[in-house]
Design a protein around this ligand. Structure first.
Ligand SMILES: Cc1cc2nc3c(=O)[nH]c(=O)nc-3n(C[C@H](O)[C@H](O)[C@H](O)COP(=O)(O)OP(=O)(O)OC[C@H]3O[C@@H](n4cnc5c(N)ncnc54)[C@H](O)[C@@H]3O)c2cc1C
Length: 923
């Protein structure tokens, strides 16, 4: 049977455009875009939010976040230190005024997100559990339940007050920003499901379309198997460029470590707090760089390619409980397919470390520094045009920076009212042509073929290490590809979207190649490694490299000196000064091998929105749903009161009850907490699990009412351990429980429940029951108790409690299980390590288990120097790198001793990168 290609859709006339009007147009409903829309609406603007996918689950956050990479939490880090670190990570080329916005506003943003219901990891006392991942700075704030961030944001957008001000149009994709009199006045796009032509008239335009993730081709060869969210095809880079805005740092690519053959990050940030780290095949840490940077990637790439490669994320040395906790995060919050991938190879973290590789190249401000030039209020160089998130050049801004700059853009743009002049007809016509051209040629080369070819050239000629010759060949290839792109064929609105994306990718590829050609030095490690200009040249190139589209249509470059810093950084002293106009960048002559007299001049570039897509989604769901489910889904759209949902919580069908829990979680009417606590008693296990998960998800937003406390306490008597554990967790977090209730749970038959009880007891500093739990039959619980004892109390502890604590730790350091002994010894570093215990720690440095030796070395950091330093110096010869690292860190605390300093000096030549780096710092 032959299948006929669908009849191509008809091209709508330019005059058939549906015109939408708003004060503030936000393009892209991901991280930065949703925040920009919320803030602009809060400031009184009428906002139109256009998203080419669906806001509920689009963008980099869609599959969840495992942590904030760059939270400057008061008491844990200083904004100026963060600014200095980002400056160093970028070899000095930063506009510190932008980075400082993230440093100073990031914490308020964390709190704002928390008020929306986003959960960040906190310790038992309710303090943020910030982690140190790199050697300098403690900025990583884990989000074990980060899978819900997008859901939470969507809930905010759909609050009644916001709905009145924010119109969301899903599946509408702008392709060009419109300008008049040099300022942004709107955009042109189309509906990716119906093909309808759409024009937008706006007072200001905020581009928040994310990274250019589809620039290089992944090693797998799959077009969409990218590190970045593949819908982020560089749309905003192209739109900003054609609107006349400056882009900057485009030659500083994004390249990330990732799992080999799998489309996803290895998540060393997640694994690190559990004891996982990157090593070469000899099991040695090899990264000397102190922070995430191109230099770090260069070290990584060299190790992968060298004799000591491949590179692994090492997890196989971890105990079962750490591995299963990691599996829960990595195989659910991060990416569910990850577990399937490893299982398909017969690999397991217990038996196989995870082989890693490097990603394809991309453009990204958030992970690197390639983006649209913005000031400290997200303003581009085109008036009333803003850029925020990964699209903007605010180096290493990541998720929290995207939120901060979305907020800044929304606040600034909110002062403009809708444009009421004529929309520029020529620009509208050109955009119409760009969108619908492939329909005139339905049998032309299909987008996947053209895109594959284009991105293969990117890999061949643009990816580092770079050279003038290869970059010149790239430019030739990209010029040729203009014709291939112009002849691409499409028949459906979806294919039109893909074809438009290929034009964006080509624009980005050309920018990447020309910018790389223009900067005749090497900088940012792997990100801009020029084989023909191997050194860093601070005399000529301590500059930003800006590019823009000149009025003639040519891509022109300017070298802009780095402005004097707000936060001094020892290594660099920028003095500012005038910019150097470089003009166009021509390719080198590479058509014939050997010299030629005349360099050739580069060829110059040739010159019914229909149904609400949300309704389409819901309609799809309805096809398969029962009538009660249909009613519920309808209710969800209408912000129901609790009373309207309650009957569904009592429905005989568990699927309906489960959905009712989901609706409550999404809409959160008053009384939700109690209703969810009630659902913990549901006869169906899945409903109970959903209610438990929802209570945990909403914990930051639920009022701590006594009635909720009573309902949760009721959950402690339920036979289901999932319910009991969740009840304890939520009681603790809302400060609704008492020591007696928590202590009773120490007798629970379930390990998870007892572990939650330990955490809850720490939150109320209840030493006596905690000390009793040191005899728990489960190793996992005893490890938790050992760590907990290090965090309770402090100076305020009564003498009797202190004695109990010491006695419990004393017992635990002699536990039969090495992991418990290791954890207990490690705890002594916080509680103190007086002589009898110090002697035990010294002896434990000879224990066969490395975890015990590592804990013993840590304990000795709090012992007096006499017994500690000689023993620690000996431990520097331990075969296990983690033991040596612990010894180095402990010796650093004894650095007033000459013997300790001498020992540290020897460790600066250790084969493990962490050991030598911490030794050098300790001196
Ligand atoms: C794999 C991965 C892991 C990460 N892990 C972390 C982490 O653990 N911690 C951390 O702090 N940061 C992390 N980040 C970085 C962080 O997620 C991003 O910096 C941030 O989410 C970027 O936000 P954004 O708004 O710029 O882009 P996005 O959130 O991706 O939003 C862009 C949106 O624009 C839409 N769009 C694109 N083009 C158009 C168009 N033409 N018209 C309409 N809509 C359009 C897209 O569909 C998308 O919804 C990670 C990123 C990735 C890719």
């Amino acid at each position: 049977m032959t299948t006929l290609a669908p009849t191509p859709m008809k091209i709508p006339a330019v005059t058939d455009a549906e015109e939408l009007t708003c004060d503030v147009l936000v393009v892209g409903g991901g991280t930065a875009g949703t925040m920009a829309a919320l803030t602009a609406a809060e400031r009184g603007a009428n906002v139109l939010l256009l998203e080419k996918a669906h806001v509920r689950h689009s963008g980099a956050l869609a599959m969840g976040m495992d942590g904030v990479n760059n939270a400057v939490v008061p008491g844990r880090a200083e904004p100026d230190d963060y600014v200095a670190e980002i400056t160093r990570a970028n070899d000095g080329i930063v506009d510190q005024s932008t980075v400082r916005q993230t440093a100073t506003r990031g914490f308020a943003m964390v709190q704002r997100l928390e008020s929306y219901g986003v959960k960040f990891e906190k310790d038992e006392h309710g303090e943020y559990a910030v982690r140190q991942v790199h050697r300098s700075g403690s900025y990583v704030l884990p989000m074990p339940e980060g899978k819900d961030v997008k859901k939470v944001l969507y809930r905010q957008l759909r609050r009644r007050e916001m709905r009145e001000r924010i119109r969301i149009e899903n599946r509408v994709m702008p392709v060009r920003v419109l300008t008049a009199d040099g300022r942004a006045v709107g955009a042109v796009g189309f509906h990716t499901r119906t093909g309808a032509f759409v024009t937008i008239r706006a007072g200001a335009v905020i581009l928040a379309t994310g990274a250019c993730g589809r620039l290089g081709l992944p090693a797998s060869g799959y077009l969409y198997g990218t590190y970045e969210n593949p819908t982020n095809a560089g749309d905003g880079y192209a739109m900003a460029y054609h609107a006349g805005a400056e882009l900057t740092g485009i030659e500083c690519f994004q390249i990330n470590p990732l799992i080999k053959d799998y489309n996803g990050p290895a998540c060393a940030y997640v694994a690190n707090p559990f004891g996982g780290y990157q090593v070469n095949r000899h099991g040695e840490r090899f990264v000397d760089s102190d922070y995430w940077s191109g230099q770090m990637m260069a070290e990584f790439a060299a190790e992968v390619a060298g004799d000591r490669g491949p590179v692994y994320l090492k997890l196989s040395h971890l105990p079962e409980e750490s591995i299963s906790a990691l599996e829960t995060i990595l195989h659910s919050t991060e990416r569910p397919t990850r577990g399937t991938f490893h299982a398909g190879r017969g690999h397991d973290y217990r038996t196989h470390d995870v082989e890693m590789h490097i990603s394809e190249i991309g453009l990204c401000g958030g992970h690197s520094a390639s983006g649209v030039r913005v000031d400290d209020h997200a303003r581009t160089t085109v008036p009333r045009l803003y850029a925020a998130g990964d699209l903007a050049c605010v180096p290493h801004n990541y998720m929290i920076g995207a939120f901060v700059f979305g907020d800044l853009a929304g606040a600034d743009a909110a002062r403009y009212r809708a444009y009421d002049g004529e929309l520029p007809a020529d620009q509208v016509r050109e955009a119409h042509e760009l969108i619908y051209r492939p329909l005139r040629n339905p049998d032309g080369p299909p987008q996947p073929q053209v895109e594959y070819k284009l991105r293969r050239f990117v890999n061949d000629y643009v990816a580092p290490p770079k050279s003038g010759a290869r970059l010149s060949l790239a430019l030739e290839a990209f010029e040729r590809m203009r014709a291939d792109i112009a002849s691409m064929g499409a028949r459906t609105p979806h294919e039109l979207m893909r074809c438009a994306e290929v034009t964006f990718i080509r624009d980005c590829a050309e920018m990447a190649a020309r910018a790389s050609l223009a900067r005749t030095e090497s900088r940012w490690g792997l990100y801009h490694d020029r084989l023909d200009h191997p050194g860093r040249d601070d005399v000529s190139w301590f500059h930003h490299l800006d590019l823009h589209k000149s009025p003639s249509g040519a891509m022109e470059f300017t070298a802009r000196p780095v402005a004097p810093y707000l936060v001094p950084v020892e290594e660099f002293t920028p003095v500012g000064g005038p910019s150097r106009h470089l003009g166009e960048v021509r390719p080198e002559h590479v058509a014939t091998a050997g010299p030629r007299e005349l360099a050739p001049v580069a060829a110059r570039p040739a010159a019914a929105r229909a149904a609400d897509a949300g309704a389409v989604d819901r309609a799809n769901a309805r096809d398969a749903a029962s009538p009660r489910l249909l009613e519920l889904l309808g209710l969800a759209e209408a912000e129901p009161e609790l009373a309207a949902v309650e009957p569904y919580l009592a429905d005989p069908d568990p699927a309906v009850r489960r959905t009712a829990v989901a609706v409550l979680t999404e809409t959160v009417p008053p009384g939700t907490g109690r209703a969810l606590a009630g659902a913990l008693a549901d006869p169906d296990a899945e409903v109970r699990a959903a209610a438990a998960a929802s209570l945990r998800e909403l914990v930051e937003t639920l009022p701590p009412e006594p009635a909720l406390g009573a309902a949760l306490a009721g959950g402690l008597a339920q036979p289901d351990p999932v319910v009991r554990a969740a009840a304890l967790d939520v009681l603790r977090a809302l400060r609704l429980g008492e020591a007696g209730v928590f202590a009773a749970a120490l007798d629970d038959p379930d390990i998870t429940v007892r572990t939650e009880a330990v955490r809850a007891l720490v939150s109320v500093d209840a030493v006596r029951p905690l000390a009793g739990a040191a005899d728990d039959p489960s190793r996992e619980v005893r490890v938790t108790v050992a760590k907990a004892l290090a965090t309770v109390g402090s100076a305020a502890l009564a003498a009797a409690d202190r004695d109990l604590l010491t006695a419990a730790l004393d017992r635990l350091t002699e536990d039969g299980d090495p992991l418990v002994r290791g954890a207990a010894l490690g705890a002594l570093a916080a509680t103190g390590c007086p002589p009898p215990l110090a002697a035990r720690a010294v002896a434990a440095l000879s224990d066969p288990a490395w975890q015990v030796r590592s804990g013993a070395a840590t304990a000795l950091s709090a012992a007096s120097a006499d017994p500690a330093v000689p023993a620690l110096a000996k431990a520097l010869a331990d075969p296990n790198a983690d033991v040596r690292k612990a010894a180095v860190l402990a010796l650093s605390r004894h650095r007033t001793s000459a013997e300790a300093r001498a020992a540290l000096a020897t460790a600066t030549a250790d084969s493990d990168a962490d050991v030598r780096a911490y030794a050098a710092r300790g001196l």
